[in-house]
Design a protein. Structure first.
Length: 202
């Protein structure tokens, strides 16, 4: 049985790393780039990915960090572009004074505090999915958004992933990496589902 399992793992090695990289990239991209994917467990995925990479010899932390950075960066870029090209024209067609007031307040906020908001929002679930499109709607200076997005992707995406990777240096963490990863991701999904239905009832 042990020999069969080892043989089975060996056959999966050429495929499994690619699938892991792809899955993580898709989750991070959609959580940051698509508002409706706000429920995805971004923080847990990052930390768990670091744990799993530390426990496997067929995964590379540098490759993973680069993939996560690019996914987080382009996810926010897509959110910004969608907000500016679709969200803003849609709202401008509305004649509601309330909507006009909200847009005006958003413009004022992003003009004065937008850079820090884009960076800090990375560390807050749900909020990080909404900040980029709202920045686009508010027509935040593109180059300011670009630099804030890059820094946020580095500090959040790469930072949390490396935290999980180096946490696995402790023997008991490394030996339990898959269990810890399942715990973090499962806990995040349960929490997101609970909050969603609770908000829906209210």
């Amino acid at each position: 049985m042990i020999e069969f399992a080892a043989s089975f793992d060996a056959q999966l090695l050429p495929i499994a790393p690619f699938l892991i990289y792809l899955l993580i990239a898709v989750v991070i991209f959609f959580e940051t780039g698509v508002v409706f994917a706000f429920f995805l467990p971004g923080d847990s995925i990052l930390f768990s990915a670091g744990l799993v990479v530390a426990a496997r010899n067929d995964l590379n932390i540098v490759v993973l960090a680069a993939i996560i950075f690019l996914s987080a960066f382009f996810g926010d870029q897509i959110g910004y572009v969608l907000g500016r090209t679709i969200g803003r024209p849609y709202l401008e067609k509305r004649q509601s004074p309330r909507i006009k007031s909200m847009v005006a307040r958003s413009e004022h906020f992003y003009e004065h505090s937008g850079w820090w908001a884009v960076v800090a929002a990375r560390f807050f679930p749900w909020i990080r999915s909404f900040i980029p499109p709202v920045a686009g709607i508010a027509k935040m200076n593109y180059y300011k958004f670009l630099s804030a997005n890059a820094l946020g992707a580095l500090l959040w995406g790469v930072g949390i992933t490396l935290a999980g990777f180096y946490a696995a240096r402790f023997p008991w963490v490394k030996s339990s990496s898959y269990g810890l990863a399942a715990f973090f991701i499962g806990g995040s999904l349960i929490s997101a589902t609970w909050n969603y239905f609770r908000a829906k009832r209210k």
